[in-house]
Each structure stands twice: as C-alpha cells, then as structure tokens.
Design a protein around this ligand. Structure first.
Ligand SMILES: Nc1ncnc2c1ncn2[C@@H]1O[C@H](COP(=O)(O)OP(=O)(O)OP(=O)(O)O)[C@@H](O)[C@H]1O
Ligand SMILES: [Mg+2]
Length: 242
C-alpha cells in the first residue's frame, strides 16, 4: 500500500530553488534512504512533508489524504513524526518527561502519556536514562532521545534527519539496532544519511538529491552503481565493484 506520495513539489527561498519538481512514493513498511551532498535540499524536503515550510507548488498525499501545507501539529496528528538534524531536548527536565511531551500530542491523561513514553524509551533502549536530566545526556544519546520523543507521537511514518551523523562506531551500531527495532514495529521510515556505508545497510530503496532535484532512485546497489550518482556525489572510490 502506498503510504506517502510526494508529487512534483517545489520550494524556493528568495530565488534559490531548494527543492525542485521533486516526486517520490513510499510503500508502507519500507525504509527509504535519502542521500545527497550538503545543501541538496534533504532537510527542506522534510520541512515540506511535515508542514514546517509551505510548498510553492506540488502535492503531498499521506494515506490517500492531501496533507499539503497543513500545520506541523496537524500533520503529526495524522501520523508523521520527525527528528531534527541537531537534537534540542528540554535540558532541564528528565529524559522520560521529554518523551512524554511527544505522547501528549495524542493523549491528555498523564498516566497514558507515561505508558506510551515508557514503551518508546524501551524501544530505543534508553530506559536506564529515564530519570536523568536531558542536558546530562551525551549528544549521541540526545539523538536517541529525539527518536524516542518522535515515536511517542505514535507515528505511521518517521522521518529521521541524519541520526547517524557524528556518531562513534559504537553509537552507530546501537542506532542501527534502534532503527531496526522501530522497523519491526511496522513504522515506515525515511532516513537522511550522508554515509553510503550505512544507507546501503538499512534502506530498501534510495533517492538521491542534488541541487534540489532527484537525480537517481532505486535499490541501494542500483543507486550506488549509477554513473550520475558517482559523478555528483559519491566519487569513483565508492563505486561498487562488479
Ligand atoms: N529557511 C531557509 N531560508 C533560506 N534558505 C534556506 C532555508 N533552509 C534551507 N535553505 C537553503 O536551501 C538549500 C537546501 O538546504 P537543506 O538544509 O535542505 O540541505 P540539506 O540537503 O539538508 O543539507 P545538509 O546535508 O547540509 O544538511 C541550501 O542552499 C540552504 O541554504
Ligand atoms: Mg540537512
């Protein structure tokens, strides 16, 4: 079943075309990777899907419903959650309380919100830090906290903006397991990632962005071998050996 349909979406910032005539579809339960150089328009695409910026033109359809230019909280209610490239938890309150804020998007009772938050924190293996103040967490764990907070909104579609960027090999492995555990719950994922090594491991399909446009799309091995991608982004050394 088609969960998300981004159709011919364009976004300009004062003459700079950040996203240009961009289209892709996403099947329920899949993990789509989005790669592309700095400034390619990846984060802007997330901001358009989640209503943080209005589109100039084009249509975004989620579960068969037109969600183009709805407000961020409305889109969240409909079942799309996202993380930001730089995590910004509320530092003065506990990790669990941060996650509960996500849950309050859907429920009003504190006990229900706590239960949802506890499920989210357990899914990302952060339970042992539940009572720690968020600003005491190392950045790598703040990224995990951001994932848990977005999960607590109970999304059908989760957008992760560079969750692996800057992580140590240990934290990378831990986050790979987290992403896998989220997938197993049936949540569909779009993941922005710079490192081909990681995206090749986790993505069912990959879309490649360059100067706001889609220059390639396909299975990881197809995209990695696409001469356009190698030229624009990867460099010859990343080309898959035949
Ligand atoms: N709010 C904004 N106002 C003006 N220009 C913006 C705004 N947001 C993004 N841009 C510009 O749009 C282009 C795409 O930016 P975007 O952040 O989407 O790229 P990205 O692919 O996420 O890059 P990175 O890999 O560095 O995170 C860039 O040229 C950026 O400077
Ligand atoms: Mg970005």
């Amino acid at each position: 079943m088609k969960l998300l349909d981004v159709d011919n979406v364009t976004k300009n910032f004062k003459g700079l075309v950040a996203v240009k005539n961009f289209s892709f579809e996403l099947e329920k339960g899949k993990l789509l990777g989005i790669i592309g150089p700095n400034g390619a328009g990846k984060t802007t695409l997330f901001n358009l899907i989640t209503g943080f910026y209005p589109v100039d033109s084009g249509t975004i359809t989620f579960k068969g419903e037109d969600i183009t230019n709805l407000k961020p909280h409305e889109i969240c209610r409909k079942g799309i959650a996202r993380t930001f490239q730089i995590p910004k938890p509320l530092g003065a309150i506990s990790v669990l309380d941060n996650i509960m804020i996500g849950a309050f998007n859907r429920v009003t009772s504190t006990s229900k919100a706590r239960k949802i938050a506890e499920e989210s924190i357990s899914l990302v293996a952060l339970s042992q830090y539940g009572s720690v103040k968020a600003n005491k967490l190392p950045v790598a764990f703040q990224k995990t906290l951001a994932i848990a907070s977005s999960l607590a909104t109970q999304p059908k579609l989760l957008l992760l903006d560079e969750p692996f960027a800057g992580l140590s090999p240990t934290d990378t492995e831990r986050t790979l397991i987290t992403v896998d555990n989220i997938r197993k719950t049936g949540v569909t994922i779009i993941l922005i990632e710079h490192l081909m090594r990681i995206i090749m491991k986790v993505a069912d399909r990959i879309v490649v962005m360059h100067h706001g446009e889609k220059i390639s799309e396909g299975k990881p091995e197809e995209v990695a071998g696409d001469p356009k991608v190698i030229k624009a982004y990867l460099g010859e050394k990343y080309a898959l050996r035949k």
